[in-house]
Write a protein that binds this ligand. Structure first.
Ligand code: B12
Length: 233
């Protein structure tokens, strides 16, 4: 049972957010461990501390109040907290489907992708994580080799989003487009982009990414595409 209303929980959520903003990985891990011990679910910690901290960092960066080294430290502190709270692979025994996931070519932002991968794994999906800066042909090669059901691409950097189209183009060239559901997400991409490149789905966050994969695996053939879960911005 979770107790987000508990004052000490609120205090730790604030502490975690501050630790990320200060780039203090040790304090972030400590606060995350206390929140886990108090029974908070991973997504509650993500939505109430980690995501807001990273959004705030992005705003500070835009206003020139924070610089790249600050972003790097904040990113590392967030990853440290995630290592503590996210479920580990193998905590689920049943497999709903196989997902090949990665951050698209040219883009090294992987915090959101890691959250999505961990939540899918905790919800019964076998994850093949290609990491970041993934060339379009690599998604296709691994998806074929692994007999994946879903290809998931993350993108936070606008110039990189065009490589997502190349993945779908390559699947079509090889006449295997129908073998995989292709889903996209990450702050740079939006529902109309999913439609434009012919992706099968877009989801706003990790919770909805799980719902999206469930919907596609259960009744993907019948659903009008792309399946859009959540509002953009
Ligand atoms: C942390 C950060 C970094 C860190 C990344 C560390 C890491 N390991 O990821 C570092 C310092 C390395 C970095 C570098 C750069 N960054 Co940066 N960064 C950020 C920042 C502050 C936070 C990103 C983040 O982690 N968000 C938190 C996560 C949880 O959110 P998320 O990724 O959106 O994921 C959620 C959903 O989108 C969804 N989702 C994500 N992936 C997927 C996939 C699927 C399939 C689905 C369904 C859903 C889904 O679920 C997730 C969980 O809910 C953002 C600002 C922002 N507000 O986004 C800028 C930002 C993304 N960065 C930016 C820029 C410009 C850069 C640099 C070019 C800076 C530079 N001058 O060098 C470099 C790029 C390097 C490169 N080649 O990629 C810009 C991008 C602008 C644009 N649209 O093109 C932003 C928006 C900042 C800004 N406002 O200008 N950055």
């Amino acid at each position: 049972m979770t107790q987000t209303g508990d004052a000490s929980v609120r205090e730790q959520l604030v502490r975690l957010k501050e630790a990320i903003l200060n780039g203090d990985a040790k304090a972030a891990a400590e606060a995350a461990a206390i929140l886990k011990e108090k029974g908070l679910q991973p997504l509650e910690v993500v939505n109430q501390a980690i995501k807001p901290a990273m959004d705030e960092m992005g705003k500070r960066y835009e206003r020139l109040e924070a610089f790249l080294p600050d972003l790097v430290l904040a990113g590392e502190a967030a990853q440290e907290a995630l290592r503590v709270i996210l479920p580990k692979e193998g905590e689920e025994s049943f497999i709903k489907g196989k997902v090949v996931i990665g951050t698209i070519y040219g883009d090294i932002h992987d915090i959101g992708k890691n959250i999505v991968a961990a939540m899918l794994s905790a919800n019964g999906y076998k994850i093949i994580d290609l990491g970041n800066d993934v060339p379009p042909e690599r998604y296709v090669e691994v998806a074929k080799k692994e007999g994946a059901h879903i290809i998931g691409m993350s993108c936070l950097l606008t110039p990189s989003m065009y490589y997502m189209r190349d993945v779908i183009r390559k699947l079509k060239e090889e006449n295997i487009r129908d073998r995989f559901y292709v889903i996209i997400g990450g702050a740079a991409v939006y529902p109309d982009w999913a439609k434009e490149i012919g992706a099968d789905g877009w989801a706003k966050d990790a919770e909805r990414a799980v719902q999206l994969c469930d919907a596609l695996m259960e009744k993907g053939k019948e659903l009008p595409k792309p399946v859009i879960l959540g509002e953009w911005r």
